[in-house]
Design a binder for this molecule. Structure first.
Ligand code: ADP
Ligand code: MG
Length: 311
């Protein structure tokens, strides 16, 4: 920011409107005689109209030109980002503890309900009662499914990382979906580089990643489409691509998809934990995941994992 770009402007022009009231109050305090005002977190607006988190304190002083106010700003966006990341990690860890506790508390009575419902099912002949019981059974099974997914999430055992050929993991995981692909008219294109370098990763976790991403792609193409799976070296990483030609998603949505319990699917269809787990695993492996999507066109997930050896 150059001096002539701000000269003659009100200090308020540089601060985010949300803070104008509090800043006016602080300026008032200074003019009323208090020598300085305490540190406060605020937002400033840069000349490029970007909001930046800053820490701000101000002091009153007098020089040869008369009374003046010195304002000190420190950019705290990096600190804010780290705090947010930590908060999120803690929330996920808490969720894990909560989940295992809940799984026990809920799992036991659910089994009793399921057992009774099945017992009665075998003993009644009236159709409406049978239908009611079937609903109970289906719903209990749904709850159990969500609980189990929470549990896998909570019980994240220490990963065993060894040099791993992702090609095998991809082929084995895709195998599970063969029938589903055929039924949903999904055409699969595999572009797996021959003798792609090995990554240092836990095999079970990697198949969890691949399965979750493929499953989401399948869900996004209810009317069929193309699933493209790619594997290729990318500098000191291996790049795994899973792309679909499904319904895609708007940009606001793609920012939220990694959040726990974020789902756009009907109850029982999705738990909103798939991508949370995927992201958690990738980050534990010092990797990265990115998503690109266009509404009505499709979605591409890219996963980057570090090589087993860089020599
Ligand atoms: P779930 O699949 O249980 O809903 P996920 O964490 O796997 O939970 O995904 C969260 C949300 O992200 C989904 O509900 C969906 O809205 C969106 N999403 C994920 N993958 C895709 C995809 N390939 N195409 C379109 N939307 C997707
Ligand atoms: Mg999912």
């Amino acid at each position: 920011m150059k001096a002539d770009e701000i000269l003659g402007k009100s200090p308020l022009d540089l601060f985010h409107p949300d803070y104008h009231a509090v800043i006016r109050e602080r300026m008032h305090e200074l003019f009323e005689g208090s020598p300085h005002v305490a540190m406060l977190e605020e937002k400033i607006v840069t000349l490029g109209r970007k909001a930046v988190d800053v820490e701000c304190s101000a002091a009153r002083f007098v020089d040869e030109e008369g009374p003046a106010i010195l304002i000190m700003l420190r950019d705290i966006s990096e600190r804010k980002r780290l705090q947010e990341q930590l908060r999120r990690t803690e929330r996920i860890a808490e969720l894990g503890t909560l989940a295992s506790g809940m799984a026990h508390e809920i799992g036991t009575p659910m089994n009793v309900i399921l057992g009774r419902a099945e017992y009665l099912m075998d003993r009644v002949t009236e159709e409406p009662i049978k239908k009611g019981l079937q609903t109970i059974i289906t719903q209990v099974e749904r709850i159990t499914k969500v609980m189990n997914q929470l549990l896998t999430f909570a019980r994240r055992k220490a990963p065993e990382r060894r040099p791993l050929d992702l090609r095998r993991v991809i082929e084995d995981s895709a195998e599970i979906f063969q029938e589903r692909f055929a039924r949903s008219q999904i055409h699969v294109e595999m572009a797996l580089t021959d003798s792609c370098p090995l990554v240092l990763a836990d095999a079970d976790q990697m198949s969890q990643v691949v399965i979750n991403l493929i499953m989401n792609a399948v869900h996004a193409m209810p009317e069929g489409g193309t699933l493209r799976v790619g594997l290729a070296p990318a500098q000191l990483m291996v790049e795994l691509t899973i792309a679909d030609t499904g319904h895609g998603m708007p940009q606001e949505l793609s920012k939220k998809i990694f959040e726990p319990f974020f789902t756009t699917k009907e109850f029982g269809q999705g738990t909103g934990l798939g991508l949370t787990v995927v992201k958690g695993i990738i980050e534990e492996h010092q990797g990265a995941i990115a998503v690109e999507s266009e509404e009505g066109k499709g979605t591409t997930f890219k996963v980057f994992l570090p090589l087993a050896s860089t020599s």
